[in-house]
Design a protein around this ligand. Structure first.
Ligand code: K3U
Ligand code: ZN
Length: 178
């Protein structure tokens, strides 16, 4: 049984800071941080996580795309751990999707984002990697990258009336009744 790793909630200062670069992407501190993030992401049921969400202001994020209730067509991917990620380019197209966040419990917001991003990062061996992300993985990346910049999804919602409570979201968007 793992020690419980808590999630920082909106209003906590660590979520509004610009996170610091990891000096040694393959060192023991970053490896342990990545393990803790994986545990926290899995226990809390996220499809991604960023280090500030477990109260560590370092530039490390994980994306873990998998099909889910909301996005049944999302690709199934192994978790990808990115240290010191950078955005090389964005696609020109935008689309909007309903996002949630472990640090903003109970809310859903309709967020416009670019449909694709090319990114560069270090893996846990310290090697530089590049990836072109499209669709749901690109969305998760941009959401997690925002965490490293101190930005939470409600700031990205284009129209304030597109922020719903989780229950209202389920009723109105998913058409579920409980
Ligand atoms: O599993 C979640 C989910 C929510 C909405 C749609 C699909 C899945 C919980 S929220 C989540 O996984 C965040 C992770 C966070 F909080 F660490 F940032 C990632 C995310 C969900 C949806 C869109 C973009 C990013
Ligand atoms: Zn989030």
């Amino acid at each position: 049984m793992h020690e419980h790793i808590g999630i920082a909630l909106r209003g906590e200062k660590v979520l509004s800071l610009r996170a610091e670069a990891a000096e040694d992407p393959s060192g023991p501190l970053i490896r342990q941080l990545a393990k803790d993030m994986l545990i926290a992401m899995k226990t809390h049921g996220g499809v991604g996580i960023a280090a500030p969400q477990i109260r560590v202001s370092k530039r490390v994020l994980i994306i873990h795309s998998k099909p889910n209730e909301r996005y049944p067509d999302a690709p199934e991917m192994e978790p990808v751990i990115m240290v010191n990620p950078e955005i090389i380019s964005y696609s020109e197209c935008f689309d909007s999707m309903w996002e949630g966040c472990l640090s903003v419990p109970g809310l859903r917001g309709l967020v416009p984002r670019q449909t694709g991003v090319s990114v560069r990062y270090h893996d846990l061996t310290g090697k530089e990697q590049e990836a072109c992300l499209q669709g749901f993985p690109a969305r998760i990346f941009q959401h997690e990258f925002d965490h490293l910049e101190g930005i939470l999804f409600p700031l990205r919602v284009a129209d304030c009336s597109d922020i719903y409570s989780e229950n209202e979201y389920r009723r109105r968007i998913q058409g579920l009744h409980d």
